[in-house]
Design a protein around this ligand. Structure first.
Ligand code: UDP
Ligand code: MG
Length: 155
């Protein structure tokens, strides 16, 4: 499994509901490494870039209203298979359908206000990370716990 980087956005509901630390803690406990992190307010323009595939859909105006409604936390996480691992941790889009144990399943009931975005493919991660971060904002570092992430033949 390749070492991957994935883009994660803690949406305005996660910040407003004071769940940012709890959610970030789940990713850290999973052994994913934080390589970039910042708090920002998404503008309408940024929303259209991020959600380019959804801009023409019926739900988009309300999605834009929601995602621009308050601060968010943008994060890049790194780890073996990080893209799929994060999607599995999020659960399905609608919190009502998401199983207990997943983030969306444990903390919400909404299809729109589902707390966290995670890149759904390597192509999406490669497109989304530079929308939010300059190359120099992505930090490469080794940490003393790295050897405990997985065995050498699992990376
Ligand atoms: N969304 C929404 N209404 C819908 C479908 C999606 O408001 O009917 C929002 C929701 O916040 C979701 C985001 O749009 O996370 C992107 O939709 P997608 O289908 O890509 O879901 P995801 O990949 O986030 O699970
Ligand atoms: Mg999606």
């Amino acid at each position: 499994m390749a070492l991957e980087r994935t883009f994660v956005l803690l949406k305005p509901d996660a910040v407003a509901r004071r769940l940012a630390g709890e959610i970030l803690g789940r990713f850290e406990a999973k052994s994913l490494k934080i390589v970039a992190l910042k708090m920002l307010q998404v503008t309408a323009e940024l929303s259209k870039q991020h959600y380019a595939e959804h801009v023409h859909k019926g739900f988009y105006p309300l999605l834009e209203e929601f995602i621009t409604s308050g601060p968010v936390v943008a994060i890049v996480l790194e780890g073996p298979g990080a893209i799929g691992v994060v999607r599995t941790m999020l659960g399905p889009t609608n919190g009502r359908d998401a199983a207990p144990g997943t983030i969306r399943g444990d903390f919400g009931l909404s299809r729109q206000m589902n707390l966290v975005h995670g890149s759904d493919s390597p192509e999406a991660a490669a497109r989304e990370i530079p929308i939010y971060f300059k190359p120099e904002e992505l930090l490469t570092y080794s940490a003393s716990l790295d050897p405990w992430t997985c065995a050498g033949d699992e990376k």
